[in-house]
Design a protein around this ligand. Sequence first.
Ligand SMILES: [Zn+2]
Length: 255
Amino acid sequence: MEFGNKNCDDVILHLQKSLLKSISNLRLKLSCCCLCGNACQQHPLLCQYCQADLPYFNHQLVPHDLLAWPAIAELIQSPYFDHLVAVAPYVWPFDMWVSQLKYQLKTELAEVLSYLLISHWRQYLAIEQYDITPGNTWVLAVPLHLRKWQERGFNQAHLIAQKFVKSFGYHYQMDMLVREKFTENQVGKSGIERRKNLKNAFRVNCDKKVALPKHIILIDDVVTTGTTANEICRLLKKRGVQKITLLNICIALPR
Ligand SMILES: [Zn+2]
């Protein structure tokens, strides 16, 4: 039986789709939930019951844009970003997942975290009024310094961003931000020390003649004080970006 070129492409596409679907069904059948060990129905590492039971922000009480929440406004002063969106506070199991991803190299957890981020962003888009389309939005990930990247072997924010963009069709600019200065851990430092530490730490790796889009989504795993992301946003605003949404898995709230 002969196929024309177009028919042949259609058949290959059809076979590819059914193969991917079979692999995905097989993964669901063979895997179990990383929290309770039961069978999974939607994601190979997280069952629907554990997913529903995660300690998300309660948006009946807290605004979806967390920058409008007084507790956050107090924590992050003079932000250069316009919106702050996060899935959950930095508590169990999110703290365990992030730590296992970064320090035990369980990179499969980036899949779980991006899956939850995608689901949260869909909910956010349904209530958000401003224009966020693939045509006017770029996605960036907070970069690691080369030395840290070599130690760890990957940038967790990049792994999450990579999967996130595929679901929405946003343009991912993975090399646009460069971390030039190696900085020590920021924990325990005062706000002034953190800002001083981060001075000239980042560079926007894009010719000044190139116009940046109206809106940027900056992805990171956890926000603690927001100083790192804020320094990047300051540089992006200087380059003419009108709106920046800082999108995170978690926020470490002060206790
Ligand atoms: Zn479970």
